[in-house]
Design a binder for this molecule. Structure first.
Ligand code: AMP
Length: 605
């Protein structure tokens, strides 16, 4: 039987699970730990590249050659704003530069080795694979790997590449909140359908998903989040607090001292974790913070209340996406029957309390928040291997997908449609003997394509000469189970076909998606007015066409004064008052049709 690993390749920690005895089981590493820090470093003792716990342990001694949060750079280009923002905001102490091997790509330095984010992630995956093989006692070559819900195509592709480099065939790339819900949902199969919110706050990312689970297929009704929000931010606030406590000249020295800062980060995280179960902790560092530092014997006290005050902004920032996801799922908060917590940071009592207050119910913490994503990946793996049956699930399209139709967005797949999905629409030519059509693909909620984001486009040629509007071009949008968009156009008469895969689709960051949604909301009235006008224009265009045809084909059968009125009406090319003009044209069309039908009746008598 083929065994497929379920892997949570996390920003901070990773975990691996397998389906055993009818349920997912976490595989511990050779030292018995269930989490593997997603860290790769050069061991100064022997010059070897080390991964996981060992790399994490030597991080502070070795800040320039310790790679963490590599997931932030997966599938990104060096000059992207988010990358530059990360470099400044995320305290990246290792060298990140534009790749010499792949133009525009990213490389990080581990000693004198330069690795791409895929290569670094591959080292983490290799370790997980080796640990799993040691545990199972045989080789495993296939895996399901999870990614944040907002990962765009190139990030998902980079994850696949990392798997391949690690000797794994990646059977599926699965969104983390969906995986989490799957781990939770398999237990719920026997119960009636429920609406569930999954609140996932890890070290570096936040996701909220609203799902419908139970009997039958799972349905993800909405997802939202922030790919730059997590426990790391809180660690950094604690480091800032420590520096402020030290103050003065020493604080300025420490701010420049990377080794000292790395030590402080470790101490800050530990204090934060301890404060989940203690009311106050002592932040103590007995030895010197670094060879250069004059700060010795650090001993400070941090209380849970102080930490809670620091966490307020972080907590508030997670609630706005929760509100948006509920709105997108068109559900009042009371309809949510269960709230599931995922990610190590949700162990913090203040976060549990905030989630409880927001949703008005105590969150479900029956599945370990750090294991749940890997467990879900193992459930999906078992489904793919044909072991766990009766479960189906779907992700959703985060923003509306459509094509440019005369400058306007013509929707093909509305936002929040579950994936995989295929939708088709028939288009035609705009003028006589048109030889080709251009398909321009857009993403966004606004009426005018100029206000949305262009994902790509192509031209389908070879259309046989025909009057305008006669050829039938079928445009198909397919979003595959990995969330990747494929667009094709087919000339139904000739069978001529062209397809492209949008490698940049969903490339927007969560913040950008949020901005676009906010903008769409703000411009809703303006767009609605424009839409109404556009519909009227379309109506006028159709009526003008019909009346012109009527005059061309049946002029002799119409009273002369009617012909004159129609001709006058048709001459108005840009009427000031659209509404009135539509009414006039409609009346004329009606009168013309009445005359014709009584004439035809007279003929047949
Ligand atoms: P994850 O990405 O799910 O592995 O979560 C990692 C984040 O969870 C890190 O920021 C950890 O510091 C944080 N974390 C882990 N355990 C706890 C805890 N008991 N209390 C608060 N935060 C925690």
């Amino acid at each position: 039987m083929t065994e497929i690993l379920g892997i949570d390749l996390g920003t901070t920690n990773s975990a691996v699970a397998i389906w055993r005895d009818g349920k997912p089981q976490i595989i511990p590493d050779t030292d018995g730990y269930i989490l593997t820090p997603s860290v790769v470093a050069l061991d100064p003792a022997n010059g070897q590249v080390v991964v996981g716990r060992r790399a994490y342990a030597i991080a502070a001694e070795n800040p320039h050659s310790t790679i963490y949060s590599i997931k932030r750079f997966m599938g990104r280009r060096f000059l992207e704003d988010v990358v530059q923002e990360d470099l400044q905001k995320c305290r990246i102490l290792y060298e990140v530069e534009e790749s010499k091997r792949r133009r525009g790509g990213i490389e990080v330095a581990v000693g004198d080795k330069h690795l791409t984010p895929q290569e670094v992630s591959a080292k983490i995956l290799q370790k997980l694979k080796a640990d799993a093989e040691a545990f199972l006692g045989h080789e495993v070559t296939q895996a399901v790997i999870t990614v944040p819900a907002y990962f765009h195509d190139s990030q998902r592709q980079a994850t696949r590449d990392a798997g391949r480099l690690a000797g794994l065939e990646v059977k599926r790339v699965l969104s983390e909140p969906t995986a989490a819900c799957l781990a939770f949902g398999y237990k719920k199969l026997t119960q009636a359908r429920q609406k569930i919110a999954v609140y996932d706050l890890g070290g570096g990312t936040f996701d909220i998903s609203i799902l419908e689970v139970g009997r039958g297929p799972f349905r993800v009704r909405a997802t939202n989040g922030n790919t730059h929000l997590g426990g790391d931010d809180l660690d950094q606030l604690i480091v800032k607090w420590i520096l402020d406590e030290i103050g003065g000249e020493k604080k300025s020295q420490l701010q420049e001292d990377l080794i000292a800062l790395a030590h402080l980060r470790v101490a800050a995280e530990q204090a934060k974790i301890d404060l989940s179960s203690e009311d106050e902790v002592r932040v103590q560092i007995a030895q010197s913070l670094s060879p250069a530092s004059t700060v010795r014997n650090l001993d400070l006290t941090l209380t849970r209340a102080q930490l809670q005050a620091m966490a307020e902004v972080l907590i508030t920032q997670t609630l706005a996406p929760c509100r948006q996801a509920l709105q997108d799922a068109r559900l009042p908060v009371d309809d949510i029957q269960e709230v599931l917590l995922v990610g190590g940071q949700t162990r913090m009592p203040a976060i549990r309390k905030a989630v409880e207050d927001f949703f008005g119910k105590e969150p479900n913490v029956t599945v370990n928040p750090e294991e749940v994503v890997a467990q879900g990946a193992a459930v999906q793996a078992a489904m793919l291997a044909g072991i766990a049956t009766g479960l189906k699930l779907a992700d959703v399209v985060p923003l509306t997908l459509g094509v440019n139709s005369k400058g306007r967005m013509d929707t093909i797949i509305p936002r929040n449609t579950p994936v995989p999905v295929v939708k088709t629409k028939i288009y035609s030519t705009a003028y006589e003997n048109q030889e080709s059509v251009e398909v321009q693909i857009y993403q966004g909620e606004r009426l005018l394509v100029a206000d949305n984001v262009k994902l790509g486009g192509f031209i389908l040629g070879g259309i046989e000469p025909a009057p305008a509007g006669e050829p039938e071009i079928e445009v198909a949008f397919r979003v595959d189970p990995d969330g990747i968009l494929h667009v094709s156009a087919k000339d139904l008469r000739t069978g001529n076909f062209k397809e492209i895969t949008i490698t940049d689709s969903m490339r927007l960051t969560e913040a950008e998606i949020k901005d676009m949604l906010r903008e769409a909301e703000e411009c809703a009235a303006e767009d609605a007015a424009m839409r109404q006008q556009a519909e009227m224009e379309e109506q006028i265009e159709q009526l003008v066409k019909r009346l012109k045809r009527l005059l061309a084909e049946k002029k002799g059968m119409l009273p002369e004064e009617m012909v004159t009125v129609i001709c006058e009406a048709l001459e108005v090319t840009s009427p000031a008052d659209w509404q009135e003009h539509v009414v006039l044209l409609e009346n004329l069309w009606q009168q013309g049709s009445d005359v014709l039908s009584s004439w035809e009746k007279g003929q047949s008598v």
